[in-house]
Design a protein around this ligand. Sequence first.
Ligand SMILES: [Zn+2]
Length: 81
Amino acid sequence: MTHEEISVAVHAEQKAHREAQRTLMAEYDRGYYARLKELRVACEAIGHKWRFTHLGPLNDPWFACGICRATKVEIDSEGKP
Ligand SMILES: [Zn+2]
């Protein structure tokens, strides 16, 4: 094989690898996100365990549930000073 042929073949292999990853992960993710949603609904039913994580870009406090990893932001409804 020449350098040109190897380069073209490597590029084709990497492209096929990326496409396979996209296809396989898309199929997996359909079930994954549905299962996560079910678990988060179950956690919400018995009460999330919210913990402050950080301030967002607009200085709003963000929280994550320590059990199911759901996140939420609490926006100050009275506006910022
Ligand atoms: Zn939770």
